[in-house]
Design a binder for this molecule. Structure first.
Ligand code: C2E
Ligand code: MG
Ligand code: MG
Length: 591
């Protein structure tokens, strides 16, 4: 089919290349034809006068039905020629080979006395696909397909920008956090953890409107935008049903998993005027839910803000205390209740706060774990022990074991435990150390049992299960635990002589530990009666508690202990009132 408006290629080449001979022209024509980028020349009506092979394929020039790309090209040419301006545009075509994207630059030119549009197109399909992948990974979560935090932030900011208009209804921003996700992940493995996130996403997204948005902002945290909302009541009801849906058991890989979500909600305009304020207040409300039993939704209120500020203050002073190394250790002996010999000591950390007041770990340990400051703190404790080793030896004897508490979260973390084990080895007396961890470190399938324990064993460090009986594990879990020592929680020891049920539990733990070759320690012995019961009715050999000694500062002790004192306490003798415990050089306690 010959288009009368179409230049003969030969003529065109001649026009621009006067004087060239035939063979040169042939070469030029071949080069033009085979150029890898598409080249076209169009007239003021958009008719294609000239197209090389690449352009012909791209635009399907000459096809019986003009392609839609061709139609657009025509319009663009007419426009650009009329305006007399150049342009660079992205064009895409759909062909059997799939979608292709071209970057085309159009330029008005004057050739042979006519105003024409010269265009060249480069294929940028691959580049585009790569850009798309980058874009998606920046704005969408790969696992759940949900938009990222940037997308929801952008959306909220757009709503806020319209917020001045009276016609605009309010919106709610909900911060969602899956409860105990880390436990689930540790226990069932990452594949199931991922499947859980996908299923949660499905359940959370089930009844959303077009104008709502669910976003995954980190591991197990989601932000939900509900817009528009008319009242707090409406949001509360919506979330109530959503949480019901979440609570239904999940079946993943033949495991039945129960999961719940804690939700904190802030409302616009009541609870904040910016994205950051609203998100933060929703987060604060969520934090409240976590501390009050999880699994529900709570709206932000001003009292929470004060609480959060107080928390931030503690956080700041904790960070400062670590920086300034304002931590110190007290030591509490573990005593052989049959011989009064001090078997070992436990280092317990103390914080000297901004005003110089000594704080017990109850006020800061959990926060330190949560803030990721605990690792540094534990290294400080070890350093303090090394620094005090001469005093320790002098006071308690050179063969006593030295126990350090390690939080369950640290115990399963190889990144902390490996260097920590190295540091213990470098003290030169690793065999004297024991690590105390709570049973939680053993129940979940953490690295602790498989990877960390062998390292500790290898350097001769002992393992102790702290606070046994109050954690997640059951008696049967003991069988899988390879530890040297088990410390029965104080709650079982308090008034043991008056509590038959505790006595039964104690007997059970005792015989199990015996069978498994673990030493039993009774924690928190405070009274003569408790001690007398342990001595008379059990085979338990060791105990720790205020009855023998409160945790002590070594420097406090020194002046009180005449170095020659070698007296030995009588077994279960009634202690003199208010007498202060002291230790002989041989490491025996006396009162
Ligand atoms: P824990 O390891 O079970 O230590 C025993 C706690 O009971 C200590 O409290 C000790 O002072 C207290 N105690 C000892 N005997 C008695 C008694 O007869 N009666 C009563 N009522 N209490 C007694 P403390 O020093 O306040 O430490 C509390 C917890 O903080 C520790 O419990 C331990 O879990 C944690 N902790 C202490 N130091 C560290 C540390 O360096 N790192 C880590 N991760 N945790 C630590
Ligand atoms: Mg302990
Ligand atoms: Mg304990």
């Amino acid at each position: 089919m010959h288009d009368p408006n179409r230049y003969d290629l030969h003529t065109a080449a001649e026009a621009v290349n006067e004087g060239a001979n035939d063979s040169e022209l042939n070469i030029l024509r071949d080069i033009f034809r085979m150029l890898p980028c598409g080249v076209t020349l169009q007239d003021e009506y958009g008719h294609v006068l000239l197209a090389n092979d690449a352009a012909t394929a791209q635009l399907q020039v000459g096809a019986a039905e003009p392609s839609s790309e061709m139609g657009q090209r025509r319009e663009a040419a007419t426009e650009l020629l009329r305006a007399g301006r150049a342009a660079v545009v992205e064009e895409s075509t759909a062909s059997v080979a799939g979608k292709q994207v071209f970057l085309t630059s159009h330029r008005p030119v004057r050739i042979a006395g006519r105003d024409l549009l010269l265009s060249s197109s480069a294929d940028i399909t691959e580049q585009k696909a790569f850009e798309d992948t980058l874009f998606r990974s920046a704005y969408y979560d790969e696992l759940t397909g949900l938009p990222s935090r940037r997308v929801i932030e952008h959306r909220v900011n757009k709503l806020l920008a319209q917020g001045g208009q009276a016609s605009q209804a309010g919106f709610a921003l909900a911060f969602l956090d899956i409860d105990n996700f880390k436990h689930i992940n540790d226990y069932y493995g990452h594949a199931i953890g991922d499947a859980l996130l996908v299923e949660m996403t499905r359940r959370l997204g089930m009844t959303l409107r077009e104008s709502d948005m669910l976003s995954r902002i980190s591991g197990d945290e989601f932000l939900l935008l509900l817009h528009p909302v008319q009242s707090q009541q409406e949001v509360a009801e919506y979330l109530h049903f959503m949480l019901e849906r979440i609570r239904a058991p999940l079946f993943i890989d033949s495991s039945e998993i129960f999961a719940s979500v804690s939700v904190g909600v802030s409302l616009y305009p009541e609870h904040g005027q910016s994205y950051d304020a609203l998100r933060q207040n929703a987060d604060i409300a969520m934090y409240r839910v976590k501390n009050n039993g999880k699994g529900t939704a709570v709206f932000f209120d001003a009292s929470m803000e004060r609480e959060a500020q107080a928390r931030t203050r503690i956080e700041q002073s904790l960070r400062l205390a670590i920086l300034e190394k304002r931590f110190c250790c007290v030591f509490q002996p573990k005593v052989d209740i049959r011989t009064s010999q001090v078997k070992g000591i436990e280092a317990l950390v103390r914080l000297r706060d901004d005003e110089g007041v000594i704080q017990a770990p109850g006020t800061f340990i959990n926060l330190a774990v949560e803030l990721g400051l605990i690792d540094e703190l534990t290294h400080l404790v070890l350093a303090e022990i090394v620094k005090s080793i001469d005093s320790i030896n002098e006071t308690f004897g050179p063969d006593t074991t030295i126990s350090i508490n390690v939080a369950a979260k640290q115990a399963g973390n190889a990144e902390f435990m490996r260097p920590f084990a190295d540091a213990i080895e470098q003290t030169g007396f690793p065999k004297r150390f024991m690590i105390e961890v709570t049973e939680d470190a053993f129940v979940t399938k953490t690295l602790f049992q498989d990877e960390i324990l062998p390292i500790l064993r290898n350097i001769g460090v002992g393992i102790s299960i702290d606070d046994f009986g109050i954690g997640y594990s059951s008696l049967s879990a003991l069988a899988d635990i390879t530890a040297d020592e088990i410390k029965i929680d104080r709650s079982f020891i308090t008034d043991i002589h008056k509590r038959p049920r505790s006595q039964g539990i104690l007997r059970a733990i005792e015989s199990l530990s015996e069978a498994l070759g673990m030493t039993v320690i009774a924690e928190g012995v405070e009274t003569y009666e408790e001690l007398a019961y342990l001595q008379a009715a059990t085979r338990i050999r060791y105990a720790q508690g205020y009855y023998f000694s409160r945790p002590i500062f070594l420097e406090d002790l020194k002046p009180a202990v005449p170095r020659s004192s070698e007296s030995r306490a009588g077994l279960a003798s009634r202690p003199a009132q208010e007498s202060r415990p002291a230790y002989s050089r041989a490491g025996r306690y006396r009162r």
